[in-house]
Design a protein around this ligand. Structure first.
Ligand code: TXE
Length: 480
């Protein structure tokens, strides 16, 4: 059984407890590796290593930090096949998705911020004849990065890259459900010559290791992506310590389809925005609202395509829907399908567990599921399911669909399909979310602010937003 180690002070080490958690392959339902069951003692070791390393790392010339980060990106690229397969086995996603989408995005994350530091500047405010102000933006110190299991290496690097680039040292915790690629990244960091203690990865349970990071007095900022409930718990603990918090939480994103849309393009993208990564992306459009005049046309075309989506072994190139990341999450998603039926929904396709032939016969697979006939305000349409499950419903007016869209506690992303751009701009302005896609989905520019409103989170990642989160501004005013 492959053993995963913590990465502390530049070394791969066992957890102090000597204990390990089973790490499962969701496609087979069997444990295939061991993840450290670390605790606050390992977090303490990691934090001391980060504090030690901070002095030198924070004053290292940006181009030198950049060079090391670009070497890490290069090594990820060199090892893309191994990383993609590892991600697919660990999380259940199709291997081609990891290889063509997620691992390349992890490389881009590191390259983007590894070069951004050479352009990151601040501002001066002259007071003619009186004084001049200049703003210093300095690294915070030791920061905590806690990441989830849906896009493991992609979201792990999305946090540590700006943190490291801006001169901080990091204590990071990947999800215990998908620890593998962070462990492989640790080996790459050693190979790249990342100085000891600059990045420390402590594996283990959220309530043990995650909360120890949140509570550690010398970890001055927390960047978290995960469930809204967990985000609230982190905020509850961190608030009295006045730590900087970046919380990327859940979503229940509307996909609004007007009758005048480019139907074929919309249909193709709506299949992706509904079921990519088994629907385990916080940006997925899980509530689909269709203008009534094309509702039946959409429903028939969509169901036909959904039924044809291949669900099976994530290692096969033909697989479009892989395994659900964990047994617990599998049960959560199945429970929502049951709830939908109790709330009066009709399952138009899917809704059942699938047992593919061969090695995956005991894996955690759910057929892509489409449900209609639910009210906009029922639990199924209000709570995050985070699986291959979407609901569809007709709407009659712009005002009505806007009310539906804005009716949940979340506000992360929204998609609008229409050729009427005046309407699109009007809707985009009215929708309560941090991101709006018009006639596209998941088109991402890393310079843009990324994050949500309401219970979808606090703060923004991406571009200068991320660099500013991980630095402290100080205004110096000099009398002339
Ligand atoms: O994530 P958790 P879970 C949603 C999705 C899912 C729900 C819960 O709906 O069903 O969140 O998923 C660590 N202090 N998203 O439970 O618990 C944990 O170890 C500090 C949306 O798997 O939020 C992991 O590393 N850390 C989300 C990370 O937090 C704690 C993606 C995320 O785990 C902790 C994933 C604690 N008390 C789930 N408890 C998105 N926005 O993309 C756990 N953790």
């Amino acid at each position: 059984m492959k053993k995963i180690f913590n990465y502390i002070n530049g070394k791969l080490v066992e957890p102090i407890s000597g204990k390990y958690l089973d790490n499962f392959d969701p496609s087979t339902g069997k444990a295939y590796s061991h993840c450290p069951d670390s605790d606050e003692r390992d977090v303490e070791l990691a934090t001391q290593a980060a504090l030690q390393a901070f002095g030198a790392w924070s004053v290292l010339a940006p181009e030198k930090r950049s060079r090391i980060m670009l070497r890490i990106a290069e090594l990820i690229e060199k090892n893309i096949d191994e990383l993609a397969e590892a991600e697919s086995i660990d999380q259940g996603k199709p291997k081609w998705l990891a290889k063509n989408g997620e691992i390349p995005r992890a490389i881009s994350n590191i390259r983007f911020f590894g070069t951004a530091i050479e352009h990151f500047a601040s501002e001066a405010h002259p007071m003619p004849g009186h004084a001049i102000n200049y703003t210093l933006r300095t690294p915070i110190g030791v920061v905590g990065c806690i990441s989830p299991w849906n896009l493991p290496l992609y979201l792990f690097t999305w946090k540590i890259a700006p943190a490291l680039a801006s001169g901080n040292c990091v204590v990071a915790k990947p999800s215990e459900i998908t620890p593998m690629t962070a462990y492989l990244l640790a080996q790459i960091c050693i190979q790249a010559g990342l100085p000891h203690g600059v990045l420390n990865i402590v594996h283990g349970l959220g309530e043990k290791v995650g909360s120890a990071i949140t509570l550690h007095s010398q970890i001055k900022a927390i960047s978290f992506t995960g469930g809204t409930k967990t985000g609230a718990e982190i905020a509850r603990l961190a608030a009295p310590m006045f730590k900087k918090l970046s919380l990327e939480l859940g979503g229940k994103n509307p996909n609004i389809i007007f009758a005048d849309c480019n139907f074929d393009k919309m249909l193709e993208e709506t299949l992706r925005s509904s079921f990519l990564n088994q629907g385990e992306i916080c940006l997925c459009g899980s509530r689909i609202f269709i203008e009534r005049s094309i509702y039946n046309k959409f429903k028939n075309a969509f169901i036909e395509k959904v039924k044809a989506r291949v669900i099976g072994d994530p290692l096969f190139d033909t697989t479009l829907v892989g395994a659900i990341a964990s047994k617990m999450h599998f049960e959560k998603v199945m429970s929502y399908i049951e709830l939908a039926k109790q709330e009066g929904g009709t399952v138009l396709c899917g809704g059942n567990q699938v047992n593919p032939e061969g090695r995956c016969s005991a894996g955690w697979f759910i057929a892509p599921t489409v449900i209609e006939g639910l009210s906009f305000d029922c639990r199924t349409n209000q709570e995050e399911i985070f699986g291959p499950v979407v609901t569809i419903a007709p709407f009659d007016t712009e005002e009505e669909v806007l009310m539906f869209a804005n009716s949940t506690e979340f506000g992360l992303a929204a998609t609008i399909w229409t050729e009427n751009l005046t309407l699109a701009h009007r809707m985009a302005a009215e929708i309560k979310s941090g991101i709006v896609w018009i006639n596209c989905w998941l088109l991402r520019d890393l310079r843009t602010p990324f994050g949500g409103v309401k219970n979808s989170g606090v703060g923004r990642e991406g571009g200068w937003e991320a660099m500013r989160f991980f630095t402290e501004p100080k205004n110096v005013c000099i009398k002339l």
